[in-house]
Design a protein around this ligand. Structure first.
Ligand code: FMN
Length: 360
C-alpha cells in the first residue's frame, strides 16, 4: 500500500507513528532560557493531539545565540533539567521530540515581540551580536564579524548543546539553518562578505554548517536522527542570492555528513512577493530537493487541510508534513485529519469516548 499521512516512518532508530510534525515556534516565554509549565502544555497538547514528531522552538546553544531574552536554551545543566519533564511527557504519548538548536547571529539581542522587538544594546541588557560579516540585518544595529577562533568556539558550543540534548532525552536534533539566522548568514552571499575560508565560494560559505553537522554527528549516537531546516531560497532577484540549485547541492553534502532530513523553508533576509504566498507555496522546494538528492524532506508553509497534508505524502512530494500555525489553531489536527480522511490513528486512551476507533 502506498504511504499516506498516517503511515509510520523509520529514520535511523527513530520510529515515527505518522508523518505529521509540529513545526518549531518561538514562544518568547523562557527567562534565562528555561522552559516551564507553558512548554509542557504547549508541546504536550500537540503530542496528545497525535503528531508523530514535535520539534521544539529554536533553542540557543549560547546566551548570545538568542534572538530575544526570552528564547529557550541548552547552554547549561539547569536547562537540561527543565527540558526533561517536557520531553518525557511528549514521549509518554507515543510522540517523538526533537530539539531545534540554533544561533541567531546578527539577528540576536532583541526585545520581546510584545515590547516592540527592537534591538537592545549591551547597555540596555543586550549584547554585541556577531555574524559572518559586519552587516546590519535588522536595519537597527550592525553586527560584528566573527573571528576564526570565535567560529571554532561556536562549533564547539553546538556540539556541547547537542550533548545536552541527548542528556535531556531528546529523540532527535534539528539544526535551524534558515530564516536569516547564523548558518544562513554564512551560506547566503547576501549576508556573507568574508574573504577567508568561510566566505566567497559556495564551498566556503557552507563550511560553517558542514563543520557543525560533523561536530554534532561525532558526539550524538549513530542511532539518533539529525535534521536540518534550510531556507531553500532567498526570495531575492539579486544574482548572488541563494537559490534552489544551491540548496540541492548543499543537501547532497549534508547527507554525506550524516543529515537524515531536510525541511525546506525559505527567506529570512527579505519577504516574498505577497501574491506568491499561497497554500503550499514552499512545497516545490521540498519536492525538488527530495527528487534530486533522495534525502527525506519535510514540507512546510501554509499547509492547513487534511487533504493537502495527505496528498503531499501520497504523491511523494515530501516525507513529512510540518505544520505550524494550523496546529496553534487546532492542537488535535491529527485526530481530526484521520477522521476526515477515513484513516486510522489512535486517540489517547483517556479520550477514546470522544474519538472511538472505526467500527466501535
Ligand atoms: C509564532 C511562530 C514562531 C516561529 N518560530 C520558529 C522557530 O523557532 N524556528 C523555525 O524554524 N521556524 C519558526 N517559525 C516558522 C514556522 O515553523 C513555519 O515555518 C511557518 O510558520 C510556516 O508554516 P505555517 O504556514 O504552517 O505556519 C515560527 C512561526 C510562528 C508562527
Amino acid at each position: 500500500m502506498e504511504p499516506h499521512l498516517f503511515s509510520p516512518l523509520q529514520i535511523r532508530d527513530l520510529h515515527l507513528k505518522n508523518r505529521l510534525v509540529m513545526s518549531p515556534m518561538q514562544q518568547y516565554s523562557s527567562p534565562d532560557g528555561l522552559v516551564g509549565p507553558w512548554h509542557l502544555v504547549h508541546l504536550g497538547s500537540r503530542a496528545v493531539g497525535g503528531v508523530g514528531l514535535v520539534i521544539t522552538e529554536a533553542t540557543a546553544v549560547t546566551p548570545e545565540g538568542r534572538n530575544t531574552l526570552f528564547d529557550t536554551g541548552l547552554w547549561n545543566e539547569a536547562q537540561v533539567a527543565a527540558w526533561r519533564p517536557v520531553v518525557e511527557f511528549v514521549q509518554a504519548q507515543g510522540t517523538k521530540i526533537a530539539v531545534q538548536l540554533w544561533h541567531a547571529g546578527g539577528k540576536g539581542s532583541h526585545a520581546h515581540p510584545a515590547a516592540g522587538f527592537h534591538y537592545i544594546s549591551p547597555a540596555q541588557g543586550g549584547w554585541v551580536t556577531k555574524s559572518a560579516s559586519s552587516v546590519s540585518l535588522d536595519k537597527q544595529h550592525t553586527a560584528e564579524a566573527l573571528t576564526i577562533p570565535e567560529i571554532q568556539a561556536l562549533i564547539a558550543d553546538f556540539a556541547a548543546g547537542a550533548q545536552r540534548a541527548v542528556a535531556a532525552g531528546f529523540d532527535a536534533i534539528e539544526l535551524h539553518a534558515g530564516h536569516g539566522y547564523l548558518f544562513h548568514q554564512f551560506y547566503s552571499a547576501l549576508a556573507n562578505q568574508r574573504t577567508d575560508e568561510y566566505g566567497g565560494s559556495f564551498e566556503n560559505r557552507i563550511q560553517l554548517l558542514i563543520e557543525t553537522v560533523a561536530a554534532i554527528r561525532a558526539v550524538i549516537p549513530v542511532s539518533m536522527p539529525l535534521l536540518v531546516r534550510l531556507s531553500a531560497v532567498d526570495f531575492s532577484d539579486q544574482t548572488h542570492a541563494w537559490g534552489l540549485t544551491d540548496s540541492v547541492r548543499l543537501t547532497a553534502l549534508l547527507q554525506q555528513h550524516g543529515v537524515d532530513v531536510v525541511t525546506a523553508s525559505a527567506g529570512g533576509f527579505s519577504a516574498p512577493d505577497k501574491a506568491s504566498v499561497v497554500p503550499l507555496y514552499q512545497v516545490p522546494y521540498a519536492e525538488k530537493i527530495r527528487a534530486e538528492t533522495g534525502v527525506l524532506t519535510g514540507a512546510v508553509g501554509l499547509i492547513t487541510t487534511p487533504e493537502q497534508a495527505n496528498a503531499l505524502i501520497t504523491t511523494g512530494q515530501a516525507d513529512l508534513v510540518v505544520l505550524a500555525r494550523e496546529l496553534l489553531r487546532d492542537p488535535y489536527f491529527p485526530l481530526h485529519a484521520a477522521r476526515a480522511l477515513h484513516l486510522e490513528t489512535p486517540a489517547p486512551v483517556q479520550y477514546l469516548r470522544a474519538f472511538p476507533a472505526a467500527g466501535h
